[in-house]
Design a protein around this ligand. Structure first.
Ligand code: DGP
Length: 141
Protein backbone atom coordinates (compact mmCIF):
# COMPACT_ATOMS: atom_id res chain seq x y z
CA UNK A 1 0.00 0.00 0.00
CA UNK A 2 1.35 3.52 -0.77
CA UNK A 3 2.40 5.63 2.19
CA UNK A 4 0.42 8.55 3.65
CA UNK A 5 0.49 11.63 1.40
CA UNK A 6 0.53 14.77 3.63
CA UNK A 7 -0.73 17.06 0.85
CA UNK A 8 -4.10 15.31 0.50
CA UNK A 9 -7.07 17.66 0.76
CA UNK A 10 -8.25 16.44 4.17
CA UNK A 11 -4.73 16.85 5.63
CA UNK A 12 -4.87 20.46 4.44
CA UNK A 13 -8.27 20.92 6.14
CA UNK A 14 -6.87 19.35 9.35
CA UNK A 15 -3.94 21.77 9.28
CA UNK A 16 -6.32 24.71 8.76
CA UNK A 17 -4.91 25.45 5.29
CA UNK A 18 -8.35 24.93 3.71
CA UNK A 19 -11.78 25.72 5.20
CA UNK A 20 -14.49 23.28 6.18
CA UNK A 21 -18.02 23.32 7.62
CA UNK A 22 -17.07 21.97 11.03
CA UNK A 23 -19.51 19.82 12.94
CA UNK A 24 -17.37 18.48 15.80
CA UNK A 25 -13.79 18.55 17.06
CA UNK A 26 -11.85 17.01 19.94
CA UNK A 27 -8.19 16.16 20.50
CA UNK A 28 -8.32 13.08 18.26
CA UNK A 29 -11.16 13.65 15.78
CA UNK A 30 -12.54 16.27 13.37
CA UNK A 31 -15.96 15.99 11.70
CA UNK A 32 -17.14 18.27 8.90
CA UNK A 33 -19.75 18.30 6.16
CA UNK A 34 -19.05 16.70 2.79
CA UNK A 35 -19.22 19.53 0.23
CA UNK A 36 -20.73 17.12 -2.30
CA UNK A 37 -23.30 15.45 -0.07
CA UNK A 38 -25.07 12.28 -1.10
CA UNK A 39 -27.94 13.42 1.16
CA UNK A 40 -28.50 16.49 3.39
CA UNK A 41 -26.26 16.37 6.45
CA UNK A 42 -23.66 14.03 4.91
CA UNK A 43 -20.76 14.28 7.38
CA UNK A 44 -17.17 13.03 7.26
CA UNK A 45 -15.47 11.89 10.48
CA UNK A 46 -11.65 11.82 10.46
CA UNK A 47 -8.84 11.01 12.86
CA UNK A 48 -6.51 13.97 13.33
CA UNK A 49 -3.49 11.66 13.22
CA UNK A 50 -2.28 10.76 9.73
CA UNK A 51 -3.83 7.52 8.49
CA UNK A 52 -4.38 6.59 4.87
CA UNK A 53 -7.41 4.41 5.63
CA UNK A 54 -8.69 1.50 7.75
CA UNK A 55 -5.66 -0.57 6.78
CA UNK A 56 -3.07 1.57 8.57
CA UNK A 57 -4.98 3.56 11.22
CA UNK A 58 -3.88 3.10 14.84
CA UNK A 59 -6.52 1.24 16.88
CA UNK A 60 -7.07 4.08 19.38
CA UNK A 61 -7.63 6.59 16.56
CA UNK A 62 -10.04 4.16 14.90
CA UNK A 63 -11.91 3.76 18.17
CA UNK A 64 -12.17 7.55 18.59
CA UNK A 65 -13.52 7.89 15.04
CA UNK A 66 -16.09 5.14 15.67
CA UNK A 67 -17.34 6.79 18.86
CA UNK A 68 -17.71 10.19 17.16
CA UNK A 69 -19.39 8.59 14.12
CA UNK A 70 -22.03 7.17 16.44
CA UNK A 71 -22.53 10.56 18.12
CA UNK A 72 -22.83 12.33 14.75
CA UNK A 73 -25.28 9.67 13.56
CA UNK A 74 -27.53 10.17 16.58
CA UNK A 75 -27.39 13.96 16.23
CA UNK A 76 -28.16 13.72 12.50
CA UNK A 77 -31.20 11.51 13.19
CA UNK A 78 -32.69 14.40 15.19
CA UNK A 79 -31.50 17.41 13.17
CA UNK A 80 -32.55 15.99 9.80
CA UNK A 81 -35.55 14.04 11.11
CA UNK A 82 -33.89 11.05 9.45
CA UNK A 83 -35.37 7.59 9.17
CA UNK A 84 -31.95 5.95 9.12
CA UNK A 85 -28.22 6.42 8.67
CA UNK A 86 -25.90 4.98 6.05
CA UNK A 87 -22.25 4.54 7.08
CA UNK A 88 -19.64 4.22 4.33
CA UNK A 89 -15.86 3.94 4.53
CA UNK A 90 -13.69 3.23 1.47
CA UNK A 91 -10.16 1.82 1.34
CA UNK A 92 -7.74 2.37 -1.57
CA UNK A 93 -8.82 3.26 -5.08
CA UNK A 94 -10.07 -0.25 -5.78
CA UNK A 95 -12.27 0.09 -2.69
CA UNK A 96 -13.75 3.40 -3.85
CA UNK A 97 -11.47 5.74 -1.89
CA UNK A 98 -10.75 9.10 -3.52
CA UNK A 99 -9.22 11.14 -0.68
CA UNK A 100 -6.42 9.29 1.09
CA UNK A 101 -6.90 10.34 4.70
CA UNK A 102 -9.18 7.93 6.58
CA UNK A 103 -12.77 9.18 6.82
CA UNK A 104 -16.12 7.69 7.73
CA UNK A 105 -19.18 8.92 5.83
CA UNK A 106 -22.25 9.44 8.05
CA UNK A 107 -25.23 9.93 5.75
CA UNK A 108 -28.73 10.69 7.09
CA UNK A 109 -31.41 8.88 5.06
CA UNK A 110 -35.10 9.41 4.44
CA UNK A 111 -37.28 6.38 3.73
CA UNK A 112 -37.68 5.82 -0.01
CA UNK A 113 -35.17 8.55 -1.01
CA UNK A 114 -32.11 7.30 -2.91
CA UNK A 115 -28.67 8.75 -2.23
CA UNK A 116 -27.22 11.00 -4.92
CA UNK A 117 -24.27 9.50 -6.82
CA UNK A 118 -20.86 10.09 -5.17
CA UNK A 119 -19.38 13.59 -5.61
CA UNK A 120 -22.11 14.56 -8.10
CA UNK A 121 -22.91 18.16 -7.07
CA UNK A 122 -21.54 20.78 -4.69
CA UNK A 123 -24.01 21.99 -2.06
CA UNK A 124 -24.56 25.77 -1.63
CA UNK A 125 -22.30 27.35 1.03
CA UNK A 126 -25.24 28.87 2.96
CA UNK A 127 -26.99 25.50 3.13
CA UNK A 128 -23.83 23.80 4.43
CA UNK A 129 -23.21 26.59 6.96
CA UNK A 130 -26.75 26.26 8.33
CA UNK A 131 -26.55 22.45 8.54
CA UNK A 132 -23.14 22.57 10.27
CA UNK A 133 -24.49 25.02 12.83
CA UNK A 134 -27.49 22.81 13.61
CA UNK A 135 -25.46 19.60 13.81
CA UNK A 136 -22.75 21.11 16.02
CA UNK A 137 -25.41 22.56 18.34
CA UNK A 138 -27.09 19.14 18.60
CA UNK A 139 -23.72 17.54 19.39
CA UNK A 140 -23.17 19.96 22.26
CA UNK A 141 -26.57 19.33 23.86
P1 DGP B 1 -14.06 8.90 -0.66
O1 DGP B 1 -12.57 9.12 -0.59
O2 DGP B 1 -14.47 8.08 -1.85
O3 DGP B 1 -14.64 8.33 0.60
O4 DGP B 1 -14.79 10.30 -0.94
C1 DGP B 1 -14.28 11.55 -0.60
C2 DGP B 1 -15.42 12.45 -0.25
O5 DGP B 1 -14.88 13.72 0.07
C3 DGP B 1 -16.46 12.69 -1.33
O6 DGP B 1 -17.74 12.36 -0.80
C4 DGP B 1 -16.39 14.16 -1.66
C5 DGP B 1 -15.71 14.75 -0.46
N1 DGP B 1 -14.84 15.87 -0.73
C6 DGP B 1 -13.95 16.00 -1.73
N2 DGP B 1 -13.28 17.16 -1.63
C7 DGP B 1 -13.74 17.77 -0.52
C8 DGP B 1 -13.42 19.03 0.12
O7 DGP B 1 -12.57 19.79 -0.30
N3 DGP B 1 -14.12 19.31 1.27
C9 DGP B 1 -15.07 18.48 1.78
N4 DGP B 1 -15.70 18.85 2.88
N5 DGP B 1 -15.41 17.30 1.20
C10 DGP B 1 -14.74 16.96 0.06
Amino acid sequence: MPSYYPQNIFAKILRGELPCYKVYEDDKVLAFLDIMPRAPGHTLVLPKAPARNLLDVKPDDLAAVAVVSQRVANAAMKVFAADGITIQQFNEGAGGQVVFHLHVHVIPRQAGVAMKPPASAKEKPDVLADQALKLSAALKS
